[in-house]
Design a protein around this ligand. Structure first.
Ligand SMILES: O=P(O)(O)O[C@@H]1C[C@H](O)[C@@H](CO)O1
Ligand code: HPA
Length: 297
């Protein structure tokens, strides 16, 4: 007999998210307007927050745990150039074995904390042959291949208090914030390594084969990674604006005679090399987002 497939909302319901948000609001005085998610090796961003109040994920009720090197597992509240922010020093990935609803739950908690803008960062492999290791790619769109097949964070009963059943994704990445980021990048002198492009999420944890890289590139992806897209979808579903960037930490291997092999150590090393520039980029971006309605300055 076939078992009926039921997506259980226990642990991810509105009430569950509200309970965690209420716990955080009771512990931290900061009321964040911007939430920042640190990609692999980019946790130093969180350390730049002033007047920090930080929680280990293990101490936050109903919060997942980070299991990946380069993802410390701390939620840091504080201010960045005077703006109240909350920063995830470590994110969750599908390959850690978490359901997609669990890895995206922090987005719903952020919305309930009053966050209006989410900044997502990630490490990614460059598929676009013009990209170099160390480039920063402003994400203008994404490919969610697993989502096409049903592994999507909004599968299951829809709670209208979060958002609509069928959210639009043609405006997933806020265009004004993309322009603002380009301006910030130019002002900082980052023009030579600032790009924009399409990010494709894969499940991981294995890196892609050569055939897979070629396929993803043909499909229109400029960079490939294992995160961000699910968070974007859930953040947009609950009405927050999203800006996302990829640090191109390695070149995706596209040729059979290449000796290169993708590895997490190279990913962390590239993140380390660009860390201070990324921190400057994000803090300047945050400082130029207007605090009230958060439209561009
Ligand atoms: O959290 P992000 O997307 O930055 O992490 C990337 C994808 C894998 O988790 C890891 C591979 O090195 O880095
Ligand atoms: O080449 C990659 N593929 C997938 N995820 C990644 N994260 C960093 N680099 C990569």
């Amino acid at each position: 007999m076939h078992k009926r497939h039921v997506v259980c909302s226990r642990g991810y319901s509105y009430e569950d998210c509200q309970a965690t948000a209420d716990w955080l609001l009771a512990q931290a005085a900061v009321r964040p307007q911007v939430a920042i998610v640190c990609g692999s090796g980019m946790g130093g961003l969180a350390d730049t927050l002033k007047d920090q109040v930080a929680f280990n994920y293990k101490d936050i009720p109903n919060f997942p745990l980070s299991t990946v090197p380069g993802h410390a597992g701390r939620l840091v509240f504080g201010t960045l150039k005077g703006r109240p922010c909350v920063c995830m020093q470590g994110r969750f990935h599908l390959y850690e074995g978490y359901p997609v609803q669990k890895i995206t739950k922090p987005m719903r908690i952020f919305a309930l904390l009053g966050v209006e803008t989410v900044i997502l960062t990630n490490a990614a492999g460059g598929l676009n042959q013009d990209f170099k290791v160390g480039d920063i790619m402003i994400i203008k769109d994404h490919l969610n291949i697993a989502g096409f097949a049903g592994n999507h964070p909004l599968v299951g009963p829809n709670d209208d208090r979060f958002g609509v059943r069928f959210p639009c994704m043609s405006d997933a990445y806020d265009r004004d914030l993309q322009q603002l980021a380009l301006d910030v990048g130019q002002d900082l002198g980052y023009g030579d390594f600032l790009r924009d492009g399409v990010y494709c999420v894969v499940g991981g944890p294995s890196f892609e084969t050569i055939a897979e890289c070629r396929m993803l590139h043909k499909l229109g992806a400029d960079a490939v990674g294992m995160s961000t897209v699910h968070e974007t979808i859930v953040a947009r579903h609950c009405g927050m604006r999203v800006f996302a960037l990829s640090l191109i930490t390695n070149k995706a291997v596209m040729e059979y005679d290449s000796e290169e092999k993708a590895n997490h150590e190279e990913v962390l090393e590239t993140s380390r090399v660009r860390a201070s520039q990324l921190e400057k980029f994000v803090s300047n971006l945050v400082s130029r987002i207007k605090p009230s309605k958060l439209s561009n300055s």
